[in-house]
Ligand binder design. Structure first.
Ligand code: ADP
Ligand code: NA
Length: 346
């Protein structure tokens, strides 16, 4: 028997953006209210994933602090959730090695994330392709580490954005292969898709909002000032179909529809057409001002809590939170590793 266990992770590569928040983090905090006490909530700052592209040590340390501060600022409670750093729990890496011994490289070569990170087309999937000369083993096997993150805590539910759904499928395949070879140890983890599956870039609404896109105006960070939010929304790419007013049509009007979705998701709504109809007769300029106001209202308490933690709590407090969280995570992982080593004869 495995108790309901919700696990998710986020890379410490700077302050999260609105896509991370609406697609993942907002849901993490809501579990604290919607789940019963018996549900385990485990949230991981995945620094081992962050080094799949090389980082300066001082940057990585700073980003981990910023990420932990953000997780606390959005309302995650360390008494209710296990919040920890991946590299402080070596069982994640140990299980990854074991899982890589049963993971197919052909299957991994068909994953899309390494291709998009290398900027190559999704149709390419041959490891002999010239573009893979630059492909590092760590980036290629990233989904196996992700599978280990999930399985080492015997998670039953994994909340993620749509971009990660493919990796969850791989995780379930790896569970199948493990059970076939060594017997049943893991529950089959279910994907919990967030209502905000894909928040799009503000400057190119055909792409998802992302930390790594070169244009800083393409994303809103949770710590952006109200003026910065207003500015970014004001120049967000929409279209010139002015005569249609404010309408929801993701195919023909992706930019405008993305703003409508953002506005709706912030309020926990998914009736996008209805939201659009509430703006009937307004100009795009006024509509954008309303969207910016709505974003700013929802970020206000996050920003002020972020500032409070940074200014009054300091590094000692953050270190204590992450140390205690990592100790709890290590216990949870070790319970699984005892079974895993036993199953393999290690
Ligand atoms: P990024 O893709 O910006 O590097 P991560 O890979 O650390 O961010 O993702 C953290 C979480 O945020 C994942 O659950 C992911 O699915 C979600 N996420 C990232 N970008 C978006 C987006 N644009 N829309 C919805 N969810 C997103
Ligand atoms: Na991602």
């Amino acid at each position: 028997f495995t108790p309901k266990t919700i696990f998710s992770g986020i890379q410490p590569t700077g302050v999260p953006h609105l896509g991370n928040y609406l697609g993942a983090l907002k849901q993490w905090t809501s579990f604290q209210n919607t789940e019963t006490e018996s549900t385990k909530l485990i949230f991981c700052i995945v620094d081992l994933h962050a080094i799949t592209s090389p980082q300066k040590a001082s940057n990585l340390r700073q980003w981990k602090k910023e990420m932990l501060t953000t997780l606390l600022a959005i309302g995650l409670n360390p008494d209710r959730c296990i919040i920890f750093e991946q590299s402080r729990v070596p069982a994640h890496s140990e299980l990854m090695w074991i899982l890589s011994c049963i993971s197919s490289t052909g299957r991994l070569s068909r994953m899309t994330q390494w291709k998009s990170k290398l900027g190559i087309s999704e149709e390419h999937h041959s490891l002999e392709d010239k573009s893979t000369e630059t492909l590092k083993l760590g980036l290629f096997s990233y989904p196996v580490l992700q599978a280990a993150d999930i399985l080492v805590h015997r998670a039953t539910h994994v909340p993620v954005g749509e971009d990660q759904a493919q990796h969850l499928e791989l995780t379930r395949d790896i569970v199948g292969a493990f059970h076939h070879n060594y017997g049943k140890v893991f529950p089959l983890p279910a994907t919990l898709l967030s209502p905000a599956k894909r928040v799009m870039s503000l400057s190119d609404p055909t792409q998802k909002m992302s930390k790594s896109a070169p244009d800083p105006k393409s994303r809103i960070l949770l710590t952006d000032s109200p003026t910065s939010v207003q500015g970014k929304i004001k120049v967000a790419l929409t279209d010139s179909l002015e005569t249609y007013g404010i309408t929801y049509d993701p195919q023909k009007r992706p930019g405008l529809s993305n703003l409508i979705e953002i506005y709706a998701h912030i309020q926990g709504r998914e009736d996008f057409e209805h939201v659009a109809s509430e703006f009937e007769g307004l100009t795009k300029k006024v509509f954008k001002e309303r969207v910016a106001d709505c974003i700013n209202e929802s970020l206000e308490s996050i920003r002020s809590e972020y500032t409070r933690i940074t200014e009054t709590e300091g590094d000692g407090f953050l270190e204590k939170v992450v140390r205690e969280g990592s100790a709890k995570a290590a216990n949870s992982a070790e319970e699984t590793m005892v079974k895993v080593r036993e199953a393999l004869g290690l």
